[in-house]
Design a protein around this ligand. Structure first.
Ligand code: HEC
Length: 123
């Protein structure tokens, strides 16, 4: 009887350790289907997205594009089509093939773009 009590306690401890190990609090914005922010504020291209693109992408993706960039990103519809057909979201989160090419933007900027896409490209 005493032995069974010990066994049960041991089992309990093992289960507890297993639980804490599987707790994964880290993650990239792309891992979360909701875009990471449980309650995102309403975003707009004009206020939130255009300034990010202006300071990080237009050096090459201007109109006309320069430095061998294949397209411009100066209007909402150009940005939307790059998300839909050119993998913009995966490129700005890529460590092997990043955009901008010299290093990823801060997580907060990448999250804003992902949330804006989730919200349906509001103007
Ligand atoms: C220093 C110049 C430069 C900057 C800055 C830059 N890009 Fe690019 N981008 C390129 C070049 C050159 C290519 C084509 C080669 C390649 O795909 O890597 C490209 C390709 C891309 C593509 C893939 C296009 C396709 O059809 O495959 C996307 C999407 C993209 N860029 C998005 C962005 C975004 C968004 C930013 C800003 C956050 C950005 N880029 C900043 C030069 C740049």
């Amino acid at each position: 009887m005493k032995n069974i009590g010990h066994l049960l306690m041991l089992l309990c401890m093992i289960v507890c350790i297993g639980c804490s190990k599987s707790d994964n609090s880290e993650g990239t914005p792309m891992d979360d289907p909701d875009g990471g922010d449980p309650n995102p504020t309403a975003l707009s291209y004009q206020n939130n997205i255009r300034p990010i693109i202006q300071s990080n992408c237009i050096a090459c993706h201007g109109n006309p594009p320069t430095n061998n960039a294949p397209m411009s990103l100066t209007t909402l519809s150009q940005v939307q089509s790059a998300v839909e057909t050119r993998g913009l979201l995966s490129r700005i989160n890529s460590t092997t093939n990043p955009m901008p090419p010299d290093g990823l933007m801060p997580m907060s900027a990448r999250q804003l773009i992902a949330d804006w896409v989730d919200q349906g490209f509001p103007e």
